[in-house]
Design a protein around this ligand. Structure first.
Ligand SMILES: [Zn+2]
Length: 446
């Protein structure tokens, strides 16, 4: 697609460019050898026409019509890629299928959760997992797990703490033991799965998944997580947030100066408990089972409102693939990578969420989350995959990685469309108003 003069290595993209601050046509000049952005000028600036003419003369210009929207690379700060040194969960997903599904959804990087059979919990196990991801051209940053007996790694990584049951030893059955463990993680980046283990225990014999994992469990766990974030000066992130009322606690904590951020999943913004319970097919109901569960309409509307008002920091899928047989047995976890980009067009074109907010929650904030680890050690390590200053910004010196959406070409989510090994997606049979048009990674169109 790129018309490029053999002698010239630089090329320029002209497109309607969306950042958290402004939506305007820009000319972005790229060095594909270094993989970085060389310059960015808006249509209003005097440099625009000069560079445009030069690039055109050099046959190094790619111009997109206005219905194609260019964002910095989309990234997902919460996925379960399933691959680890044990290989026990490769039937669910692996780094290659995660790469394929991510590209399909317009995602260029992701952060991978640690609840593997061999969990990354120290330098050695963390880097062993990292090495496995080196064979794919996709920037995967693992989280390290926090368990009752673990300690921080010797270099800066994101951590995940599970409140409530998950896989292996990476969970705390009671709150005081989590408190005790986090004392060792003072000032670290810690993400929380917020469901209070005591409340879950009291409801474990209820008749359906919604009742077994009530919203009070999330509300109480939020209070506790915020207390720990304050007590140990953590840089906290609350995962896949689903409780509308709980958001008030978070907004208030942010106002008090706490370093806390929030993720929300596409499925919590789109579906409701009422809709799932109304499905005739009970088997189809179990397909929607995840933790925390999809909540009722009231909560969904509060989550959408919070997103539109700028209180949500990350749109994150919590992509958690299982085999079809496991899903039928009622195993919790939904996929989401394949549908990510198309879903954002539903938010913007159907729910009128400002595209600048999408730039923030799907590109800039995930980029900044990744960049701090990139800056701290990744960029100078053998595990480096992202060029320049990092991801998430359309500015000189940053990686020339972009997600382009077509706002006029609808996307139906069919089985044939999916690249995840799970061959499942909560949005199966739905059609979104737009689609992923093209992706660029480190200056190259993929
Ligand atoms: Zn998860």
């Amino acid at each position: 697609m790129i018309v490029c003069d053999q002698k010239s290595t630089l090329y320029s993209l002209v497109a309607k460019t969306i950042t958290s601050e402004v939506i305007e046509k820009k000319i972005i000049t790229i060095d594909p050898i270094k993989g970085i952005i060389v310059s960015v000028y808006s249509e209003q600036s005097p440099e625009f026409s000069l560079i445009y003419q030069e690039a055109k003369k050099a046959r190094a210009l790619v111009e997109y019509p206005d219905h194609i929207w260019l964002f910095a690379a989309f990234g997902d700060v919460h996925i379960h890629a399933r691959e680890d040194v044990s290989g026990l969960h490769l039937y669910k997903e692996d780094f290659q299928s995660v790469t394929d599904a991510s590209y399909n959804g317009g995602l260029l990087f992701a952060c991978d959760m640690p609840n593997n059979p061999v969990a990354p919990i120290d330098d050695e196990t963390y880097l062993a997992k990292y090495r496995l991801s080196m064979r794919v051209p996709f920037a995967l940053l693992p989280y390290a797990g926090i368990g009752p007996k673990t300690s921080p790694l010797s270099f800066l990584v994101p951590y995940k703490a599970y409140m409530g049951h998950s896989v292996g030893d990476l969970f705390f059955t009671d709150s005081p033991s989590l408190d005790l463990a986090l004392e060792r993680y003072r000032q670290q980046y810690v993400s929380f799965h917020c469901e209070d283990p005591d409340i879950l225990e009291r409801h474990k014999n209820e008749s359906d998944h919604f009742a077994r994992r009530p919203i009070q469990a999330e509300f109480e766990a939020t209070r506790f997580a915020l207390k720990l974030i304050e007590k140990y000066e953590l840089k906290g992130k609350l995962c896949h947030y689903s409780s509308g009322d709980g958001l008030e606690l978070i907004v208030e904590a942010k106002k008090r100066g706490l370093d806390v951020e929030t993720e929300v999943t596409p499925q919590h913004l789109y579906f409701s408990e009422e809709e799932i319970l109304a499905l005739d097919d009970k088997m189809r109901q179990t397909q929607f089972q995840m933790n925390p569960p999809i909540r009722n309409r009231y909560n969904r509307e509060l989550l959408l409102k919070a997103l539109s008002e700028g209180h949500i920091d990350y749109l994150a899928t919590d992509h958690a693939p299982h085999s079809p047989a496991e899903k039928l047995k009622g195993m919790s976890g939904l996929t989401g990578l394949d549908s990510f980009g198309a879903f954002t067009t539903w938010l913007m074109l159907t729910k009128n969420i400002d595209p600048k907010i999408i730039a923030k929650v799907a590109a800039e904030n995930p980029g900044e989350f990744y960049n701090r680890f990139h800056r701290a050690w990744l960029k100078d390590s053998p595990y480096q995959k992202v060029q320049g200053l990092g991801l998430g910004k359309i500015e000189k010196g940053y990686s020339a990685s972009f997600t382009l959406l077509d706002t006029t070409q609808p996307q139906s989510i069919s089985k044939e469309f999916l690249k995840t090994k799970a061959l499942d997606n909560p949005f199966l049979y739905q059609t979104f108003p737009g689609s992923v048009f093209r992706i660029y990674f480190n200056g190259r169109e993929l």
